[in-house]
Design a binder for this molecule. Structure first.
Ligand SMILES: [Zn+2]
Length: 186
């Protein structure tokens, strides 16, 4: 492959779960940086959101864990979208094994909490961590029966689908917080 050659377009653009249609070309691949890019909350990087965020915006917390609502860009998601993170600033790999064991239990509780919400067919759990150095894991409630939003395309659909209305968002927040509170403490 020459430096300016583009890789061929893969069949995935024809899959029914792919959100876009039309003519595509693969973006030119830039050479990697010599160092990992500094993320929000990395030492020497831009500040982490945890330094300025208002705990009133959390929908639930037990003092160790917090749950916040995910927005896609500036818009609310069209399906239940929540982030589980630690209250204390740490990266995923910084968790003690004891805390990681709690994370396993919290993942189960989040899955069960989101499954109690109306119109959720399955809960997708994603962890990337390329934007922020603060431990955070996404829990996305894929709409019931909506196979077109399956798998790893769901986050992309989050930028496309019309957002849930404020009443539904508030009720979902309340139901998730209630389910987590009822699930117990550590
Ligand atoms: Zn942080």
């Amino acid at each position: 492959m020459t430096d300016d050659a583009r890789l061929p377009v893969p069949d995935v653009v024809e899959w029914p779960i792919f959100p876009f249609e039309g003519e595509f070309q693969v973006r030119k691949i830039e050479p990697p940086f010599a160092e990992e890019r500094l993320r929000h909350g990395d030492p020497g990087g831009p500040p982490c959101g945890c330094e300025t965020e208002d705990a009133d915006e959390w929908i639930w917390s037990d003092g160790t864990w917090k749950v916040t609502r995910i927005r896609f860009g500036e818009a609310e998601a069209g399906f239940p979208s929540y982030m589980l993170g630690t209250v204390e600033h740490m990266d995923f790999g910084d968790m003690s094994e004891e805390l990681a064991a709690q994370f396993g239990v919290m993942s189960l509780r989040m899955e069960r909490a989101l499954m109690t919400l109306p119109n959720v067919g399955r809960v997708h759990i994603n962890r990337w961590g390329d934007g922020g150095a603060h431990m955070h894991v996404w829990f996305l409630g894929r709409p019931f029966g909506a196979w077109q939003f399956s798998g790893y395309m769901l986050p992309l659909w989050g930028f496309i689908l019309p957002g849930l209305d404020n009443e539904r968002l508030a009720e979902n927040d309340r139901l998730v917080a209630e389910a987590l509170a009822q699930a117990g403490s550590f």
